[in-house]
Design a protein. Structure first.
Length: 94
């Protein structure tokens, strides 16, 4: 399920003109860049499962890269297109 979600997010970002690279063994699943904008993406099924430690690491890494950490989650209580916050990290339902 996570792989499918990440693939969908990457295709969406590519269609929006971003250069996208998937990552392994990091707190992020993908990094996307368009001009000077950098998005660091985490794809998960349940946004409640992400720990404070993980979001802290996401914020630290994104600060070094001058990027924006972003979580995309599949969750039945999320409304598509609505942006939420989880531990001060932007989170969007899919």
């Amino acid at each position: 399920m996570k792989k499918k979600l990440l693939d969908e997010v990457c295709v969406f970002l590519l269609k929006q003109g971003y250069l996208v690279k998937t990552l392994t063994r990091t707190c992020f699943d993908a990094i996307a860049r368009k001009d000077t904008e950098v998005l660091l993406v985490k794809a998960i099924e349940d946004p409640n499962s992400i720990s404070q430690e993980t979001t802290d690491a996401m914020k630290t890494v994104s600060g070094y890269l001058q990027g924006t950490p972003f979580i995309v989650a599949t969750h039945r209580k999320f409304i598509d297109g609505v942006v939420y916050k989880r531990n001060d990290v932007w989170t969007m339902g899919k």
